[in-house]
Design a protein around this ligand. Structure first.
Ligand code: M6R
Length: 362
């Protein structure tokens, strides 16, 4: 049931404030994060290995920033199809973490089975709680996204990010790398995020206008720095999956190491950059693009919009949020851009060609 929406994807994008609020209710009791210490004791862990495919892999890449920054825990992230055949050594003190919406992705399941008997603990972050990956884990953490039908993952991504962030905060708390006050303040901000999601959804018309322009392009670049770098990948994947526009993502700092050669007026550059400590560096990357006739679509916050100047081609302004929460919030305009570009191109948004919702074969 599309509940009055034209596509499941539109419905699932719009559900994000509600499912995020539900997930927070399920995981939080005051400042306590409901993840049983007896199943996962972060004081006994030396490192985390995270493995997944596609969008779930980009959620893992984002989480690496959180685990390292908040909990000072070393993290490795890998694509399941590479990890399983590389057969990497798993040292004692390792927790292996698998992220999967369906819980049935063949490569992710094979990677999990490889870690069985080698890792101290096998943890999964899943949407389908009865899935093979959930059943074969020592601890399976549900993301509470509800059923996701659109082949392009949307609400599952933000709900995966939410659980991974809660895990990182829990790790920081027990490892003593964040004080009780810091934890309380970050959780407070997280509780305010469903409201900011609603504000992001209210930007629909501006985003649709930008998407219609972007839909005319053959190639699109996505740039991000720090925690927004994995989201650039997710934005590019979403756009190519459903609109069939060729999209590539780069860390902003990599621009001058090659991709800048592609810049001209036909290649829109989508820059995802809240006004954080790295914003000035991103502004100088944008100037390099604009100096070569490139068209910048900037997704930022009010302070970023004020500083970015007049020459930005399309500006999408998000509410200001704590830097650490920006990857969750900025996922929404990335999804909405892809959605509206696909609708403008008339593609089959919910069933894009050649793709399946659950990849149960290699
Ligand atoms: O069910 P999973 O989370 O394991 O699926 C992983 C990928 O196949 C999936 O995220 C895919 O990349 C989506 N189509 C992305 O929108």
């Amino acid at each position: 049931d599309k509940a009055g929406y034209k596509h499941f994807m539109a419905k699932e994008i719009a559900e994000q404030p509600t499912v995020l609020a539900d997930a927070l209710t399920a995981y939080l009791a005051g400042d306590d994060i409901n993840i049983p210490t007896e199943s996962l004791d972060f004081t006994k862990i030396d490192r985390l290995t995270m493995v997944a495919c596609g969008t779930a892999y980009y959620a893992c890449l984002t989480a690496k920033y959180w685990f390292e920054k908040l909990a000072r825990l070393p993290v490795e992230v890998d694509i399941a199809s590479e990890f399983r055949y590389r057969e990497p050594p798993i040292l004692p003190g390792t927790v292996s973490l698998f992220v999967s919406q369906s819980g049935e992705t063949a490569d992710t399941l094979a990677a999990l089975r490889y870690c069985r008997g080698k890792a101290d603990r096998i943890v999964s972050v899943v949407n389908v709680e009865t899935s093979s990956i959930a059943r074969e884990s020592d601890l399976a953490l549900p993301i509470h996204a509800g059923v996701e039908i659109g082949v392009a993952s949307t609400k599952a991504f933000t709900c995966q990010l939410n659980v991974l962030l809660l895990l990182a905060i829990k790790a920081a708390k027990v490892r003593g790398t964040m004080s009780a006050d810091e934890v309380a303040s970050l959780l407070d901000q997280l509780r305010g995020l469903p409201g900011h999601f609603n504000a992001a959804l209210d930007r629909d018309q501006t985003i649709e206008k930008a998407a219609i322009r972007i839909s005319e392009a053959r190639d699109v670049l996505f740039l991000g720095r720090g925690m927004m770098y994995p989201l650039a990948y997710e934005g590019a994947l979403k756009l190519k999956e459903i609109s069939y526009i060729h999209a590539e993502a780069y860390a902003s700092g990599e621009l001058k190491h090659g991709p800048i050669a592609l810049i001209d007026k036909t290649v829109p550059v989508i820059v995802m950059a809240p006004h954080d400590a790295l914003f000035d560096k991103t502004v100088s990357n944008m100037q390099e693009v604009m100096a070569r006739g490139g068209k910048v679509c900037l997704i930022t916050d009010p302070a970023g919009a004020a500083e970015a100047g007049e020459d930005v081609w399309q500006m999408i302004t998000m509410p200001a949020v704590d830097d650490r929460l920006a990857p969750l919030l900025y996922a929404l305009p990335a999804q909405m851009l892809a959605y509206h570009a696909a609708v403008a191109k008339g593609t089959d948004v919910d069933q894009p060609r050649n793709l399946a919702k659950s990849v149960t074969v290699e």
